[in-house]
Design a protein around this ligand. Structure first.
Ligand code: GRF
Length: 191
């Protein structure tokens, strides 16, 4: 499968997926055609460049959603992209965009999307002193963290002493689970 990965910041999930493509569960299953960021300052862009992955920036600041999405669609038009993988991409996409790539856009959200949507999901788990949170991988529609759930993985938060620890435990699960789930999906083992 040919992937475009969309990021806005740190890019640690993108890096984990790229490593899995190089020498892990996605090897021989997927290639990364492009890492795209809406934020020119995204740290993940440097990470992608250092891994020799093509990068692109489409600046979103000051643009209407439709204008930004059309620019991205124009950029992707001549590439054969099978799936768009969102990894810390902080923009809601228009129905025009999600319709164009229906069933082909995937996101990872660090909570159960039936319980908490939007930003600050680890803060939410920490502030509510949850014993467990659920990483959710789901299809993307025009609403925030709303699309059909593909797979979920629990994160054990028992005994966590700080928000940093909650995030650290969660990200460790995210990094393994995203690549694993994509590998299963692309091999027809998931719907
Ligand atoms: C992750 O927690 C992801 O689940 C959420 O945003 C964060 C992105 O981190 N959607 P990174 O940019 O992949 O390091």
């Amino acid at each position: 499968m040919k992937l475009a990965i969309f990021i806005s910041g740190r890019g640690s999930n993108m890096e984990a997926i790229a490593s899995a493509v190089e020498h892990g569960v996605l090897r021989g299953i997927a290639t990364i055609e492009l890492v795209l960021s809406n934020n020119p300052e995204a740290k993940g862009l440097e990470v992608a460049r250092s891994m020799n992955i093509p990068t692109a920036v489409v600046v979103s600041k000051g643009k209407k959603r439709q204008e930004f999405d059309r620019e991205v669609m124009a950029l992707l038009a001549d590439k054969e992209i099978d799936y768009i993988v969102l990894a810390g991409f902080m923009r809601r996409l228009t129905a025009e965009f999600t319709g164009r790539y229906a069933g082909k856009i995937i996101n990872i959200h660090p909570a159960d999307t039936r319980q908490h949507r939007g930003l600050h999901a680890y803060e939410w788990a920490w502030e509510n002193r949850l014993d467990m949170t659920m990483i959710t991988i789901h299809y993307v529609n025009e609403k925030i963290d709303d699309g059909q759930i593909i797979a979920q993985a629990p994160v054990d938060l028992r005994g966590a002493k700080s928000l940093e620890e909650v995030e650290k435990r969660g990200l460790a699960v995210e990094h393994v689970f995203y690549a694993q789930t994509l590998a299963k999906l692309f091999s027809g083992k998931l719907k």
